[in-house]
Ligand binder design. Structure first.
Ligand SMILES: *Cc1c(COP(=O)(O)O)cnc(C)c1O
Length: 242
């Protein structure tokens, strides 16, 4: 477990970063004729202690995302969830679904039918239907989680049969590229699939969230069609660990 010490953070820096990121998001929206409200700024808060996360929430941050179940459970009682939504953004093992199902508003990382089925089952036990995104492996990398693009349509067609989940969109983490512009081709590829799936109007598929873009490439992602960006280090500073 690697929650960083409070002394590693400077509140003034976070305030500055928060403003700057919002400005850059607005600029990217403007550049492509989107309104600012069409893009959600979610912060990836791994390794960040709750005191610091809650400070960001006090500045106006509305969405936070954790990528490890253990860390989420450890921090859960301290998040200011009156003023922000908690989502799950990392790889999720099926045997851990029950530990977070009642704690998050959206699971961004559905990457197998088995996981979709387990989330649905646990949600139904609570008489709920939980919102999910399908994680897509944009470049077909062996090392990455996510559904291959060639299988995406078939996958969605299968996953939409589960009554306890509602498919709200796609999420992707493209390869680490030398420059932002290289990632644009993956962003635009996933955007095209997103639009195509939307146009098919399948039952139990109401796709309107496209989660892509992180600290180094969120402006490019918005320009290529992202409706949600997940930003960690640009807000809270560089991590030494994962
Ligand atoms: C950490 C993380 C991010 C944000 O990464 P940064 O490069 O720090 O902005 C986005 N998405 C997921 C799934 C993450 O785990």
């Amino acid at each position: 477990m690697t929650v960083r010490s409070l002394t590693e953070f400077n509140l003034k820096d976070i305030e500055y970063n928060y403003k700057l990121i919002n400005e850059r998001i607005s600029n990217a929206c403007q550049k492509v004729g989107k309104s600012r409200e069409e893009v959600i700024f979610l912060s990836a808060v791994k390794t960040v202690p709750c005191e610091i996360i809650n400070h960001a929430i006090s500045l106006g941050l509305k969405y936070i995302g954790e990528n490890k179940v253990q860390e989420l459970l450890q921090k859960y009682d301290e998040y200011d969830l009156k003023n922000a939504e908690l989502q799950f953004i990392g790889h999720l093992q099926t045997n851990k679904v029950k530990q977070i199902i009642d704690k998050v508003t959206l699971i961004q990382s559905v990457d197998s039918i088995k996981l979709a089925g387990e989330i649905s089952k646990r949600a139904e036990e609570l008489n709920k239907c939980i919102d999910v995104l399908i994680e897509v492996n944009a470049a077909g990398e062996q090392s990455k989680w996510g559904v291959d693009t060639e299988r995406l349509y078939e996958f969605i067609d299968e996953a939409r049969q589960f009554k306890g989940i509602s498919i709200k969109g796609l999420m992707t983490i493209p390869p680490i590229c030398e420059n932002q512009d290289e990632n644009r081709k993956y962003f635009s590829k996933i955007y095209k699939m997103f639009i195509d799936i939307q146009s098919k109007k399948m039952d139990n598929v109401n796709i309107h969230i496209l989660s892509m873009g992180m600290s180094d490439d969120y402006a490019a992602a918005i320009e290529e069609g992202a409706t949600m960006v997940r930003i960690g280090s640009a807000l809270f500073g560089k991590r030494v660990y994962y």
